[in-house]
Write a protein that binds this ligand. Structure first.
Ligand code: ADP
Length: 447
């Protein structure tokens, strides 16, 4: 096993990884920008190295500085967390070339899944159901022809896409050429690649994703599904495990399909296969080859420490359990609490003047904030994640209510008031929502 790991990230996820390392007896190295010198992840790690100025491009994305930090401290492996360099195949290659271990999948799988067209073609060949649409890049003429066949509305997506950018809906044939040109322009600006493809636009789907873990000995297991349908601008806001829409047979079926596909692929580490789910059918949208923000809800219902397993399999160890050993217990919900206005979502960086975290049975609070901490304006606005677990969904909602009421974050605006409303909404209580529910709710509520 590794003796020392460098954590190439910041914020709550850096703390999360630090915790797993400590419990495994592994020493930790934090890296930070000058803006994060006082950050909690720096304080809690055994060692810390400043890797550059505030802008992420010069610090958290600065590959030479991160490799140098490993060499200076003697760290043998790098955990990239999520975001930043976590899905950067070139970085994974460089880490390997320096005789270090990248705690994540093989670079070829990161590359394969990072290109959405390649990803879609690959998983389709492995038996995973996909959204009807083009199997590759489309020209305007091909798009018009195909859209007629599959029927409007259609969605134009960027092959290099991420974070919902480069995605445009065409409701009718009249809107198609505008959707194609704006999606291409947005993709070019955001990713430097204007390749787009087309999919049938599903009108009322849920977002359901399957967590998998794979070791280097050919064993792949799934840890069930998460329902991340409550989204704003394609960003997840609230996540649940399991999905209020799935039964155990459906879970076993999709879990089995995914597990067999990734076994064939020879996948290593943790990964998430994302689907849209409509009228009892699953449609692949993408695979994330990294740890996800919402992984704690899966940990809550399975009792499996996903970060610990990522570290173990990266070191060559086998998964210590089989599919039959995995038991799903109760229900879990995560709220992503951002430093933003709760209804306009305008970022609200600043100093936290008051802070009280909720506690009690079944409550997990993952954050890097503290009283007096100044949230810097340079990075994403995730301030904390509140995760609650209970015997069933109903008790989970009641526990979430009381945990939200205990939580105090003063001095900045946060999205806590939004969650306090959501947890009391009949549709949410009934589990009756699609990926469009939240945006519609925000419009209807006048926000
Ligand atoms: P990104 O990588 O940019 O996040 P995804 O492919 O994961 O892109 O899609 C993000 C979100 O966009 C999905 O969660 C869903 O809300 C919506 N979406 C994607 N594909 C479709 C589709 N074919 N029909 C309807 N909505 C879609």
């Amino acid at each position: 096993m590794f003796e020392k790991i460098l954590i190439a990230n910041r914020g709550e996820i850096a703390l999360r990884i630090n915790r797993a390392c400590k419990e495994m007896g592994i020493a930790t190295v934090a890296v930070h920008s000058t803006a994060d010198a006082d950050a909690m992840h720096v304080r809690l790690a055994d060692e810390a190295v400043c890797i550059g100025p505030a802008p992420a491009g010069q610090s958290y994305l600065n590959m030479p500085a991160i490799i140098a930090a490993c060499e200076i401290t003697g760290a043998e492996a790098i955990h990239p967390g999520y975001g930043f360099l976590s899905e950067n195949a070139k970085f994974a290659d460089i880490v390997k070339e320096h005789g270090l271990t990248f705690i994540g999948p093989l670079p070829e799988h990161i590359r394969m899944m990072g290109d959405k067209i390649t990803a879609k073609q690959t998983v389709k060949a492995l038996g995973i159901p996909t959204v009807p649409g083009s199997d590759g890049e489309v020209s305007d003429a091909e798009a018009a022809k195909l859209a007629k066949e599959i029927g409007y509305p259609v969605l134009i997506k960027a092959t290099a896409g991420g974070g919902g950018r480069g995605m445009k809906v065409a409701k009718t044939a009249d809107e198609l050429s505008f959707a194609l040109s704006t999606a291409r322009a947005e993709a070019k600006a955001a990713f430097g690649n204007d390749t787009v493809y087309m999919e049938k636009y599903l009108e009322k789907p849920r977002h359901i994703e399957v967590q998998i873990l794979a070791d280097s000995h050919g064993k792949v297991v799934h840890l069930g599904e998460r329902d991340c349908s409550l989204q704003r601008r394609h960003q997840k806001v609230w996540e649940e495990a399991g999905s209020p829409a799935l039964n155990a047979a459906e879970r076993d079926e999709i879990g089995g399909i995914v597990t067999r596909a990734l076994t064939q692929l020879g996948y290593l580490g943790a990964g998430t296969i994302e689907f849209l789910y409509e009228d009892g059918r699953f449609y692949f949208i993408e695979m994330n080859t990294r740890l996800q923000v919402e992984h704690p809800v899966t940990e809550a219902i399975t009792g499996i420490d996903i970060v610990r397993e990522q570290i173990r399999v990266a070191a060559g160890a086998g998964l210590g359990f089989s599919q039959d050993d995995i038991v799903f217990e109760g229900h879990a919900i995560e709220c992503r609490i951002n430093a933003e206005n709760p209804f306009t979502f305008r970022p609200s960086p600043g100093t936290i003047t008051q802070f009280h975290s909720p506690g009690g049975l079944g409550v997990r609070f993952d954050s890097a904030i503290y009283t007096g901490y100044r949230i810097p304006p340079y990075y994403d606005s995730l301030a904390c994640k509140l995760i609650v677990h209970a015997k069933n969904r109903n008790e989970c909602l009641l526990r979430l209510r009381r945990a939200l009421d205990e939580l105090v974050v003063g001095g900045i605006e946060t999205t806590i008031p939004l969650f306090q409303k959501l947890v009391r909404e009949p549709d949410i209580i009934n589990g009756d929502y699609s990926i469009h529910w939240l945006e519609k709710y925000l419009v209807e509520a006048g926000h």
